[in-house]
Ligand binder design. Structure first.
Ligand code: PMP
Length: 349
């Protein structure tokens, strides 16, 4: 080993889903939205000559639009480069205890990566056999709690009473609810913000707002938490949000009708697809998300993954304990899902 190598921060990075270059692929592997962003976004007037200037470091226009949308004050909203950026800032800002932070064993696989990167001790709590999170697992002393609601990759949602229970048992630490998929089912913990000053709710524009490529995410919480996040952000990179993201993000939030319509289409397609999965001999936890986590009684997930891939339909397979016989299938358009179902019929029937 060369002398300087011992001072390199060694991390095992998060592995994102494949982004193939081919355009003739049915892409159901990274939970993107199959519909385009709102026409208001597509027709927005960005004055690209303004790229000469630094963007607004406070991201005031987007913060203000989101605050209005959620009935909050501007100082209760923090915006970042996708919710990954917001979550990374959250880990850095709030998880500084010597006690371990807690999250489920089967969950968003970036949490342990950030914990390792920032040297935060963590403990995972096993989901039960039905893949449910058990509230009492989070009662003990800890350095913070985080889980997605709905959880990923299971798609299962918990109630607000469940979240309240976790909060009531964790008043001395920050509890983060990652609501990347909440628009597709379930109640937002936004409703609990007035009652709990240690709650942070994180959202993204990548799924329900069809803007994964733009990279916009945000957090909602009490003003002290948001200030703490901003202090860390401004100590790291003042200008994370570029000018087009701010303009296009605002336009998206303004188009509630289109947002509701596309979310509804995804939910209806999911309901249809779940029935088809049952017909084909798959089982799955009831999804409240824009994906279904399914396993087949006879054919292995790996085999289905490989065969659908050959047919240019990409789904997500995780070669990990407990879930290596499951596929996470993003909900595409009805037409895409019909093509997938036809292929699955060939493979499993
Ligand atoms: N949280 C969860 C649970 C996710 O599945 C994802 C998507 N990979 C993210 C956060 C991050 O999404 P983004 O950075 O695109 O906002």
């Amino acid at each position: 080993m060369r002398a300087w190598e011992k001072n390199i921060r060694k991390v095992v990075p998060y592995t994102p889903g494949e982004q193939p270059k081919d355009t003739d692929i049915i892409k159901l592997n990274t939970n993107e939205n199959p519909y385009p962003p709102s026409p208001k976004v597509l027709n927005a007037q960005t004055q690209l000559e303004r790229l000469r200037l630094y963007p607004d470091a406070k991201v005031s226009d987007l913060v203000n639009e989101l605050a209005k949308y959620h009935g909050l004050k501007d100082d209760q909203v923090f915006v970042g480069v996708g919710s990954d950026d917001v979550l990374a800032m959250t880990f850095l800002t709030f998880f500084n205890s010597e006690k371990p932070i807690l999250f489920p064993d089967i969950t968003y696989s970036f949490y342990d990566v950030w914990a390792d990167l920032f040297r935060i001790p963590y403990e995972t709590k096993a989901l039960n056999e039905q893949f449910e999170i058990i509230a009492s697992d989070y009662y003990g002393e800890n350095g913070g709690v985080i889980f997605p609601n709905p959880n990923a990759p299971t798609g299962l949602v918990v109630t607000l009473d469940f979240i309240k229970d976790v909060l009531d048992h964790n008043q001395d630490v920050i509890v983060v609810i990652d609501e990347a998929y909440i628009d597709f089912g379930g109640e937002s913990a936004r409703a609990l913000l007035d009652a709990y000053d240690n709650l942070l709710v994180v959202r993204t524009f990548s799924k329900s707002r069809s803007m994964a490529g733009l990279r916009v995410g945000y957090a909602m919480g009490n003003a002290d938490l948001i200030k703490a996040l901003n202090d860390v952000k401004y100590s790291y990179n003042s200008y994370t949000m570029n000018y087009p993201s701010i303009v296009l993000g605002v336009e998206s939030v303004k188009d509630e009708a289109y947002f509701k319509e596309t979310v509804q289409k995804v939910v209806e397609t999911r309901e249809w697809f779940e029935k088809e999965l049952t017909r084909l001999g798959f089982t799955y936890p009831k999804s409240s998300s824009n994906f279904v986590f399914a396993t087949h009684s006879r054919v292995s997930a790996k085999e289905i993954f490989e065969k659908t891939k050959e047919a240019k339909i990409f789904v997500r397979y995780f070669d990990k304990p407990r879930i290596d016989n499951y596929l996470r299938i993003t909900i595409g358009t009805m037409e895409e899902m019909q093509t997938l179902v036809a292929k699955l019929e060939e493979i499993v029937l």
